[in-house]
Design a protein around this ligand. Sequence first.
Ligand code: PEP
Ligand code: MG
Length: 588
Amino acid sequence: MKTFKQIYREAENKISGVAAAPGINIAPAYLFTKEKLDINDGGIANIDEALKNLDEAIDKSKKELNKIFSLAKETMESVRAAIFEAQMMILDDPILIGNIKKRIAQEKKLPEFIVNSEISRYQDIMRTSSVTYMKERAHDIDDIKNRIIRNLLKKRWQSKITESVIVIAESISPSDAILFSRRDVKGFITDHGGLTSHAAIVSRSLNIPAVVGTHNATNRIKDGEIIIVDGFHGYIIINPTDEQIKFFENKLKRLQELQRDLLELKNKPAVTIDKHEIHLSANVDVSGEIDVVVTNDAKGIGLYRTEQLIDEYNEIPTEEEQTRIYTNLAARIYPETLTVRAFDVGGDKVKVLDYIEPNPFLGMRGIRVLLDNVGLFKAQARAILKASENGNIQFMLPMITTISEIIEAKKIFESCKKELADNKIHYDKNIKLGIMIEVPSAAVMAFEFARLVDFVSIGTNDLIQYMFAVDRGNDLVADLYQEFNPALIRTMKHIISESKRAGKPVSLCGEMAADTLAIPLLVGIGLDQLSISPATIPYAKRIIRAMNYQSCCKLAEGCMQCDTQEEVINKIEKFFKDNLITRTRNII
Ligand code: PEP
Ligand code: MG
């Protein structure tokens, strides 16, 4: 049987894009082109009548959005459905609507022309932003602009499609995605958009495979053509050959079988054949994922990436909002532990402050931003403390590079505790403070760093980036991003032994632990706590239950002696074969 790599390498009928929502489907294409709205810049004779038309169009748009919002609330978590609430708020924005009305009166032009020009002006500003999130929001605003214009032109609202198709479009607004999902849509493919575009977020929430940012899918795919969408790898196959259809049907079948098998693992521990237990917790990016965490019976949350809240809320949530969010999350997983990581902003992540820096990856990131903005850090620390009363929250600091950062952060944390105590506000007096080790200087000094804190978590995503001097998001140097390089394995082994020597628990929360190939190696070098994306927990558990701890230790010793990544991978693949363990990566 061929692998995905071979199938895609040989395929001439493929398009690639960003893998935005996992899953595979085979279905006919439905080319969704929105009717071009004819906007002319004609003049008006009656200003009052134009303003009345505008008010009516805005009212109608609000009603439509209200309907979509109710549908969204039925099918998605409330934080996702809030996209539509945000759109309704734009319709109520007094400055925007005020400007449009002022311009209609002054310029005496048709309202649709002014609406288009005024909202497009905002979009242009957003598009030139250096922040990816803002650029993608510019697309989302098209939806609201077109809705008002369509209602001004008294055109019908059209989001109807045939049942069970894969929708191909230049871009898909969140409201289209919601309406399509009611027609058993099998996938979304768009020319524009990235991982954080709303269409991508909505697809993930609705469990519909999606590939976005393909640039030219609408030109290459014709209506009715059979296509395969692969939201795991970010590929689309147009008019598949018999061999390709057979390959993907087989994958789909295996995927369904695997999902059934995985269900049976629920409530069973992640323990090796020789009874060595591994603590599997979850990495959570968005609060909505908590349901997946609970369903896949994770042992708590090993990494809650709070900077994602800034993305979700479009601003830094207030101390009260944060307290509410952390309290709810901790309650949902009680008695397991919630590890809240302080805002890891900067670098390739959310930017909240305008540092002008030539190289953001080596600049104001994580703890550096927090220590430079003590108010922001303190508000988050206080929120965490207030939510910690039940004793199941711990606090983790990202991007620690020096001892003095730990000392300074601890001082601030202590001052927050004192503030609360002075105000008679309860918190967990034994709350644990930990650090992430994701920078080489911290790895080398692991013993000294670990001594100062309660726990340590290895962040391989950044550790690889900084060890190998390779941008984690740059395709051109992806070959150098080597998860299995002996230099990394020896470094991890050093961090683990040194943290244990300091008497502190150590876990790993980088994506590496979600790669099923890495699991025996990680367990063999001494990790007994892994935090991975919630959906991959059953896959990891399945492998742990099929392997022997003593053999993993031997495997790890062998890998530590290797010279190259290839040798390490060969050794691990042989381990899987010798022990008759099948890996998920072979299946999906
Ligand atoms: C890491 O760097 O490994 C990590 C878990 O943090 P993030 O991916 O959020 O930078
Ligand atoms: Mg990191």
